[in-house]
Design a protein around this ligand. Sequence first.
Ligand code: ADP
Ligand code: MG
Length: 274
Amino acid sequence: MLKIDDVHFSYDGLYTALRGVSLQIDQGERIAVVGTNGAGKTTLVKHMNGLIRPNSGHVFLNDRDTKKMSVAEMAKTVGLVFQSPDHQLFLETVEKEVVFGLRNLGYSEEEAKRRCDDTLARLGLEGFADRSPFTLSGGERKRVALASVLATEPKILALDEPTIGQDAYQKKMLADLLTEMNSEGCTVIVVTHDIEFVVEYFPRTVAMSGGLIVGDGPTNALLSNSMIIERCSLSAPQTTIAAIALKKNFPQVSDRITSVQELEDTILNLVGGF
Ligand SMILES: Nc1ncnc2c1ncn2[C@@H]1O[C@H](COP(=O)(O)OP(=O)(O)O)[C@@H](O)[C@H]1O
Ligand SMILES: [Mg+2]
């Protein structure tokens, strides 16, 4: 369980990036964090693995206050994949990059190599082991950064904007992988602007604006709430837009639809159950 308790944080003592954020995430949850640019999403996830420490407030990991835990200790439980792989990749080859974190966690050379091969295959990066991360495309580099974290098999995985630079196929592959990890008990936290990705794969959403959490609940309730959508500068899911358009002629249609299945059921009902 990850518990963020009334966290305040400022980078420079002038502007406050987080102004009292509280959030509890149970083990095995799948949760999306959305919000305006500058809302504090990245600052929040960096608190989850100790890269940033609160000015006031607490971060608890399985009921332990993380104040006295080192980043290395927290990294055994929480894996964080940065928004930009440039902040994460620094070695000459993809394999060295993935093996590096494993070695730091105390895995033997053999085990590290085995985990590296497995993870690269899982991410469609077979044949990339000897490539330099600097010769790869943005999307490939992002997947290498993801591989280096996934290989450590964290209990809690936080990803900052993982779908940027990925095509539809890679996005689906990422979603399948996250779903698989989640079904094995891993908590998955994703910061994203990709609303369709959220609707499809994340049952709970946290909405942030101006360093505060302004909404936290079931994704369908949250993303069909026009006040939240507006306050967080989000675009409503296409399904919700379609439902609202339908409602103009069919008042019985709910304007709280977010999933494709709900929309399909609604349309089938309207046309008489074909
Ligand atoms: N390294 C930094 N130094 C100073 N201010 C920062 C730094 N990183 C982020 N900020 C500020 O903190 C606020 C929250 O940023 P961030 O957490 O990156 O937002 P988000 O990820 O939601 O776009 C923003 O106003 C941003 O300008
Ligand atoms: Mg960010």
